[in-house]
Design a binder for this molecule. Structure first.
Ligand code: NAD
Ligand code: WQD
Length: 338
């Protein structure tokens, strides 16, 4: 079996990707110290794939501890999720973000060089586009130095990967720019586990519906968008996870460029108020919400042009907003049942 290291494999997107890798015949090797995830994600993965995955509770910035994972058997490739991701926190604690997000990639690339591992799939973000001039946004839109220290760590990591792949002609890296990942595995065994009050829209919505939060605040209804609330491209996490398997497979090809960038989104923009309405429809519950002020740093609208991922990776989304919200709600209910 081909061992594929999944850093951050106990996290939201990593856990779903570990499942898709296993279902595609790879052997996911999870490297995660559970700093932003829980043991139950590992149990959930095991429940879905029918066996315990190989897990190493290791800090990816600890080079010698991480090296031991490479020493335990040949590594086919790496999918690197491990990072911090809270935009607001990155403004308050930039060093934490620069250290972990850039530091873990530097360590990983040094180890890949040391152990001759040549395939890397990297978690980037649509945040690198900032507030784009044109929608839908294509991969050739200019980077806008991002709006936050978090976003800038992704810009720096992308640049590092370009430089490293230029220096090492055998290295192949796929840079995946996710739009807004939501939802959960349809089995409701794994999903998003926000610690504390969620920053992101959909966990806040499901927690409000579950009675854990009083009401959702819609951050602004005076944007220049069809209904005044912000527009985003919400992609089901299982679709997103599947795209990683396709991206990894592409790195086997002979004539693949050293570094390629792909948008991963549905291509459809939905407003916050549409998300609220669609959630009410799929759950059959009213969602208490009120309109509040804009959130600093939010861009009015961003959604993907997904053409390149379709044409080059053969990636197309199987799920839409309704399914994603239904799965997020099923997951929230499974959590409440514990
Ligand atoms: P997550 O926090 O759920 O998962 C990240 C995992 O990495 C966690 O399990 C955490 O414990 C682990 N981790 C972090 N630093 C580590 C370290 N130094 N050593 C070992 N483990 C470490 O986040 P997620 O939503 O699954 O995001 C995964 C990746 O995707 C991140 O790189 C994030 O920036 C990127 N991304 C996420 C989103 C999103 O909205 N969720 C959007 C775009 C990009
Ligand atoms: C979605 C929409 C909010 C909460 C973030 C990062 C981005 C990427 C994905 C990592 C926005 C509105 C939210 C609430 C609301 N992550 N909202 N009330 O900001 O689009 O993207 O996650 O790379 O970099 O910035 O996602 O889920 O926070 O917000 O009205 O309580 O929901 O204003 O329009 P965002 P989000």
């Amino acid at each position: 079996m081909k061992r594929v290291i999944v850093t951050g494999g106990a996290g939201f997107i990593g856990s779903h990707t570990a499942v898709e890798l296993a279902e595609a015949g790879y052997d996911p090797v999870i490297v995660d110290d559970l700093r932003n995830s829980e043991e139950r994600a590992l149990q959930g993965i095991a429940g879905i794939i029918g066996k315990d995955p190989e897990v190493h509770r290791v800090d990816c910035t600890d080079e010698e501890a991480f090296a031991r994972v490479f020493e335990q058997g040949a590594v086919h490739g790496v999918i690197h999720f491990a990072a911090y991701k809270a935009v607001g926190e990155s403004v308050a604690e930039p060093l934490k973000y620069y250290h972990n997000n850039i530091g873990s990639l530097v360590v990983l690339l040094r180890l890949m060089e040391r152990y001759g591992v040549k395939r890397l799939v990297f978690s980037s973000s649509c945040t690198v586009y900032g507030d784009p001039d044109r929608l839908p946004v294509t991969e050739s839109a200019p980077d806008r130095n991002a709006m936050s220290p978090y976003g800038f760590t992704k810009v720096v990591c992308e640049r590092l990967l370009r430089d490293q792949s230029a220096a090492d002609p055998d290295l192949r890296a796929s840079l995946l720019r996710y739009f807004n990942p939501i939802g959960a595995h349809p089995s409701a065994r794994i999903g998003e586990l926000p610690l504390g009050v969620p920053n992101n829209l959909v966990p806040f919505v499901t927690q409000t519906a579950a009675g854990l939060r009083k009401e959702l605040t819609v951050f602004g209804d005076d944007y220049d968008t069809p209904d005044g609330s912000c527009v985003r491209d919400y992609i089901h996490v299982v679709d997103l996870a599947r795209a990683h398997v396709l991206a990894l497979g592409r790195l086997d090809g002979k004539d693949v460029p050293g570094c390629e960038v792909f948008n991963l989104g549905t291509g459809t923009g939905n407003s916050v108020l549409e998300v609220v309405r669609t959630f009410e429809e799929v759950s059959g519950l009213p969602l208490p919400h009120r309109i509040g002020p804009r959130r600093p740093g939010d861009v009015p609208a961003v959604y993907a042009d997904p053409t390149r991922a379709r044409d080059v990776l053969g990636f197309e989304c199987r799920y839409g907003l309704r399914e994603a919200l239904a799965d997020a709600w099923r997951w929230q209910q499974a959590l409440a049942g514990d």
